[in-house]
Design a protein around this ligand. Structure first.
Ligand SMILES: [Zn+2]
Length: 110
């Protein structure tokens, strides 16, 4: 998997809740792709609670998570009701294994 978010690995949806499981990279360059999915989920049933589960994410940029949370504060159902979007995040935000796999300039020859 590259340094991207990709579609949710799994979506668990019933009349009361929608849980989006993500296992890609949540980055400033990728978080906006989630917004239409969250809005679509919020429009399924009146009063639905949406949870973005990032506990299996490959990598989370704190700034992207902040912006995502800010963006989803204004999510509304089609009839204008506010939608609560909550987040499940790992205790430690891991650095990106993909970005970290690039060659590192070390042990420069003298
Ligand atoms: Zn990444």
């Amino acid at each position: 998997m590259g340094h991207g978010l990709g579609p949710p690995a799994r979506m668990r949806i019933d009349r009361a809740s929608a849980v989006l499981d993500l296992n890609g990279c949540l980055a400033e360059t990728s978080y906006k792709a989630l917004l239409p999915i969250i809005r679509r989920s919020a429009s399924l049933f009146t009063g639905i609670a949406v949870t973005v589960d990032l506990s299996q994410a490959q990598h989370i940029e704190v700034s992207a998570l902040d912006q995502l949370q800010l963006s989803t504060k204004s999510v509304r159902t089609p009839n204008g009701a506010a939608v609560v979007v909550s987040y499940t995040v790992p205790v430690r935000l891991l650095s990106c294994p993909v970005a970290g796999s690039y060659p590192v300039l070390a042990g420069r020859a003298s």
